[in-house]
Design a protein around this ligand. Structure first.
Ligand SMILES: Cc1cc2nc3c(=O)[nH]c(=O)nc-3n(C[C@H](O)[C@H](O)[C@H](O)COP(=O)(O)O)c2cc1C
Length: 175
């Protein structure tokens, strides 16, 4: 798919018929590794929950009811970033965002991920409403990683909702 078309067609999907195969997910995550990161620290980490028995337990344990419903039949990718890398030089904070640069890097990584998924014929839903403590416990995620999103991935049952966007002149300033 042309990149422009990918951008236009990607939507958050909240209704899935099936998950994505492990090999496809792996390929998508390899594409996501191409995202830029602070000093090429490659601080993003991904934890994939795709086996049918674990998917069910995970969905019910870590997601609020509305997101459980949104992500039925999908697989899950938990994305985290290793703290103390982005925004730091030799362990010293470089400027005011500090650790927030880690979220910045992971956001870029996840953008690559959702476009790579769309390009491979799969849809996604980024979920910020999730229980981080339960995720850490279930997947044994180390304390030096900040857990951010759970991304549902699978075959869409239908189109995602169309949405409108702000007037560009409201959000863009040229000087
Ligand atoms: C950081 C982040 C957290 C989100 N959390 C949720 C969520 O918990 N549940 C949900 O249904 N959608 C969630 N979304 C999806 C947004 O609602 C969606 O991206 C937005 O409405 C725009 O729609 P679009 O993705 O189809 O363009 C999240 C998106 C982002 C980027």
């Amino acid at each position: 798919m042309e990149f422009r078309e990918l951008i236009q067609k990607r939507r958050s999907v909240r209704n899935y018929t099936e998950s994505a195969p492990r090999e496809v997910i792996r390929e998508i995550l390899i594409q996501a590794q191409q995202a830029p990161s602070w000093a090429h620290t490659q601080n993003a980490r991904c934890y994939v929950v795709d086996s049918p028995e674990m998917r069910e337990d995970f969905r019910k344990a870590v997601l609020p009811e509305f997101n459980q419903k949104n992500s039925e039949n999908a697989a899950f990718i938990v994305t985290t970033f290793v703290k103390g890398l982005a925004g730091f030089s030799r362990g010293v904070q470089v400027n005011e965002p500090g650790e927030e640069w880690g979220s910045y890097d992971l956001g870029l990584h996840d953008a690559y991920l959702i476009f790579a998924a769309k390009d491979a014929g799969y849809d996604t839903l980024i979920m910020g409403a999730r229980n981080g403590e339960k995720i850490r416990e279930m997947l044994n995620i180390p304390e030096n990683e900040e857990i951010m999103s759970v991304i549902a991935i699978g075959k869409a049952a239908g189109e995602g909702n169309a949405r409108t966007h702000k007037d560009p002149d409201e959000v863009i300033r040229f000087f």
